[in-house]
Design a protein around this ligand. Structure first.
Ligand code: FAD
Length: 261
């Protein structure tokens, strides 16, 4: 039987662009360019490698996000995933991590899965909690923060590297794993991959499709609330030391003044 792999991928605001909060203190996702979270590229890569090793495997990439989040799905499809699911609904606006995990879990259950692969954290929220929340909601084992992962005979195995030791972990399928940025360079989509992605199926689901009520998600259904947010002050100009014979001394005085030395 085919190994069904679901990879969760997030569409995030481009960190090199100008990012803002909207009036309701949610991240402004409408007026910014976005992209597939870089850390989720590693999850797609590991799924592709596991699928290569398996006799028969199918990779579905899944995102919860606005219309433009399709760009993240296209990128994952052009890397080699087989099909995509986009969950989009106006009532999702303001959904926090707990709500997002509900939506993702319902979508994963509806899609059918043996293995869920997530990134270690998104590059915007960076909470790193979604894989654990997903495993809890799905009622399956979680093996997180793997820098090496493989699947054989209905078991997922992996290595988690800590500061002082590396652990070898395994869990029976179905399971949720997350992979780190040490798991292996993510491939670039080839021209052939980009062209093929245009023809791959992208399914769209809304909350009704997932039998989720509007008050379970959105700002109203969220367990967390942002009370206030202030923009970080603009960076001030640095101090330039011109070396006219006294440069070294001035540099040392500057560092002493800043308590660096
Ligand atoms: C339109 C929209 C509005 C939102 N508004 C808010 C808000 O107002 N307040 C708030 O707290 N949160 C909001 N969220 C949710 C938030 O962006 C995160 O998805 C969620 O809080 C998880 O936190 P994180 O990104 O830190 O996840 P992490 O736990 O850091 O993510 C780990 C992994 O989980 C997966 N993942 C995470 N999010 C998604 C996703 N959306 N789709 C697919 N895979 C995912 C990825 O594989 C990722 O690498 C919103 C999301 C969307 C799409």
């Amino acid at each position: 039987m085919s190994l069904r792999i679901v990879v969760t991928v997030k569409y995030v605001p481009d960190a090199t662009g100008d990012r803002h909060f909207a009036e309701d203190l949610t991240v402004d996702r409408d007026d910014v360019d976005g992209l597939l979270s870089e850390l989720d590229e590693y999850a797609v890569e590991q799924a592709l490698q596991i699928a290569d090793e398996a006799d028969d495997a199918e990779i579905t990439v899944l995102t919860v996000g606005p219309e433009d989040a399709k760009d993240a799905l296209r990128k994952a499809l052009s890397m080699g995933a087989d099909k995509a699911i986009h969950v989009e609904d106006d009532d999702l606006h303001g959904t926090d991590a707990v709500g997002t995990s509900l939506v993702l879990a319902k979508a994963i259950e509806k899609a059918g899965y043996d293995l869920v692969i997530s990134g270690m954290a998104s590059t915007d929220g960076t909470m790193g909690v979604l894989p654990a929340l997903l495993a809890e909601r799905l009622g399956v084992p979680q093996v997180t923060l793997l820098s090496e992962v493989s699947v054989a005979d209905g078991v997922v195995k992996g290595r988690r590297d800590g500061d002082s030791a590396s652990e070898q972990l395994e869990a029976s399928l179905p399971a949720v794993v997350s992979v780190t940025d040490q798991s292996g360079e993510a491939r670039y989509p080839s021209f052939k991959g980009i062209m093929a992605a245009k023809k791959k199926p992208v399914q769209s689901w809304d909350l009704e499709d997932l039998e989720i009520e509007a008050d379970e998600v959105g700002l109203e259904g969220s367990w967390t609330k942002v009370d206030s947010a202030t923009e970080r002050p603009a960076r001030t100009a640095g101090t330039i030391v011109k070396d006219e014979g006294e440069g070294g001394k001035q540099l040392a005085e500057f560092l002493v003044g800043q308590k660096f030395i």
